[in-house]
Design a protein around this ligand. Structure first.
Ligand SMILES: Cc1cc2nc3c(=O)[nH]c(=O)nc-3n(C[C@H](O)[C@H](O)[C@H](O)COP(=O)(O)OP(=O)(O)OC[C@H]3O[C@@H](n4cnc5c(N)ncnc54)[C@H](O)[C@@H]3O)c2cc1C
Ligand code: FES
Ligand code: FES
Length: 499
């Protein structure tokens, strides 16, 4: 039975139900928290997802629908409808009912891990997300300083220094024992029941401040709405789109969110490829892709930060056609394909044919990316990904290179060299690839391929890197690919400390 549409956003804030009618759908969670709820513990530093001062936690029903998944997200770039059907927790919800500090807060105090304190609520919330996940995980991943560094890569502190923060984090999280039986001490059972009850209601569709918002539940409803409103913005995680509002002050007339379409949130394994729905977050997509291709794990760990990856989608990173997006070079090197859909039907397109010109794609009016198809690993494959940026974490690439070769009887049968940051679109280097095919994987063939890169690209210079730097580094990365994967020597990783 089709459920009637719902005209208000419903969520739990600190365990209490909120029903919002008539709000602007592009109002951010941060604005709402500070201005309406006066929960001013959540800070605004950058309003663009970079500093982590606004980190909050959302809890949503898990896949089975009987428990909660906790995610840290940046409140400054989450639009309010993203909370629909979820529970929101802010720094005000962390301390015990008696006002006593939470073990995470206590550890930060004990280790002098806060000075001016502006960043501290954000650090607490990122750690609290991990704390909650570890409590619900019978076999939580090992805790190391490096893991804490990755967990906190989206939280910036300008005055304390990270050593004391990392020490406090290690102590607080080390003491978390899986606590599967007693989670309802935090009201988790009630939360699950409330979210389950809400899930049975109809799809969200409302107008606020003259802006329309739709969150259809089926792919057909989604494409029909897009056909009716061809100028609408398709909203994935909104980590790009929110900045159009918070930084460019754009007014978005109509938004169609894809996050409620269950089929778009699926990751499935076909016999020769992985299918990743357009609504799958980068956190989930990265885990699935890295399981097949561990060589890409670092690239995804360096993609923004955990709160961004918890909201952003892989499809959004392709659809935005950014020349410096991190996922495109990797997916181009793997010969990924896109399933596109509109009211006129579905078609499959090679990713290499998707990017047409600067921020222009082959998407037709009313057409969306429905699924990404990534070939499964084959045994003869050698793969490497390199992201060159000024900072290791949370930085946009000056250039990104992903190389893949398949070898048979000592000869390269297939070569892929895909780059971001070298042209107006993410692009394969066809002359470079041609120079490698049917050659052995040696310094001689790599040198010829590096020279061919001159024919493939005429990069531009900008604030991230000069044109000459980009051209030179592109060739050097190819040479590094050989040094790290020379036949006979096994894979090695060259770091700044050497091989
Ligand atoms: C702080 C910060 C750090 C970042 N760091 C990185 C980084 O390290 N590397 C990197 O590559 N990017 C980075 N980004 C950019 C951004 O997070 C990614 O591009 C992200 O994957 C976008 O996905 P989204 O779901 O949030 O897209 P959205 O903002 O929802 O959408 C982006 C665009 O794609 C369109 N779109 C989305 N889904 C579909 C679909 N299914 N079909 C058709 N069109 C669609 C939207 O209409 C919009 O035009 C960063 C962003 C921020 C704010
Ligand atoms: S205010 Fe900086 S990440 Fe949100
Ligand atoms: S304590 Fe001042 S910014 Fe972190």
């Amino acid at each position: 039975m089709t459920q009637p549409e719902r005209d208000h956003i419903r969520f739990l804030l600190g365990g209490r139900a909120r029903h919002l009618r008539g709000v602007a759908p592009t109002r951010t969670v941060l604005e709402y928290l500070r201005e309406e709820e006066h929960r001013t513990g959540t800070k605004e530093g950058c309003a663009e997802g970079d500093c982590g001062a606004c980190t909050v936690l959302t809890a949503s029903l898990n896949e089975a629908g009987d428990g909660l998944d906790y995610h840290a997200v940046n409140a400054c770039i989450q639009f309010l409808p993203a909370l629909d059907g979820k529970a929101l927790l802010t720094i005000e919800d962390v301390a015990g009912a008696d006002g006593g500090l939470h073990p995470i807060q206590q550890a930060l105090v004990d280790h002098h891990a806060s000075q001016c304190g502006f960043c501290t609520p954000g650090f607490v919330m990122s750690l609290y997300a991990s704390y909650q996940s570890r409590r619900g995980d019978a076999a939580p991943p090992p805790l190391t300083a490096q893991a804490i560094g990755q967990l906190l890569s989206g939280n910036l502190c300008r005055c304390t220094g990270y050593r004391s923060i990392v020490t406090a984090a290690l102590q607080a999280l080390h003491n978390v024992a899986p606590d599967l039986g007693t989670l309802d001490q935090d009201g988790a059972t009630e939360t699950v029941q409330q979210l389950q009850a809400w899930r049975a209601s109809g799809p969200l569709h409302f107008t606020g401040a003259g802006q329309r918002f739709y969150a259809p539940r089926t792919i057909d409803a989604l494409t029909e709405l897009y056909a009716e409103h061809p100028g609408a913005i398709i909203l994935g995680g909104g980590t790009d789109a929110a900045l159009w509002v918070t930084k460019q002050l754009r007014e978005l007339d109509t938004l169609i969110a894809i996050g409620e379409v269950a089929t778009l949130k699926a990751i499935t394994m076909a016999h020769d490829h992985i299918r990743i729905g357009a609504g799958v977050t980068l956190t989930r997509a990265a885990a699935a892709i890295s399981a097949q291709y561990p060589e890409l794990e670092e690239l995804f760990l360096r993609f923004a930060s955990p709160p961004i990856r918890n909201a952003a989608t892989l499809a959004g990173n392709i659809a935005n056609a950014s020349p410096i997006g991190d996922a495109a070079p990797a997916l181009l090197a793997l010969d990924a394909e896109l399933e596109l859909r509109s009211v006129h039907g579905q078609r499959t397109l090679a990713l290499s044919e998707f990017f047409l010109a600067y921020q222009q794609t082959a998407l037709q009016p009313g057409e969306i990316i429905e699924t990404l198809r990534i070939p499964r690993r084959t045994p003869d494959l050698t793969l490497a990904a390199y992201k060159i940026s000024k900072r290791f974490d949370q930085d946009i690439a000056a250039l990104c290179a992903v190389f893949r070769i398949n070898l048979a009887d000592g000869l390269i049968t297939t070569a892929r060299a895909a780059f971001g940051g070298m042209a107006a679109i993410p692009k394969r280097a066809s002359a470079c690839e041609a120079a490698l095919v049917q050659q052995s994987f040696t310094a001689k063939s790599i040198e010829a391929a590096a020279q061919a890169l001159q024919d493939d690209f005429t990069p531009i210079g900008d604030l991230r890197a000069s044109a000459a730097y980009r051209q030179r580094v592109a060739g050097n990365l190819l040479r590094r690919f050989l040094l790290e994967h020379e036949p006979g020597s096994g894979p090695v990783r060259i770091t700044r400390h050497g091989r």
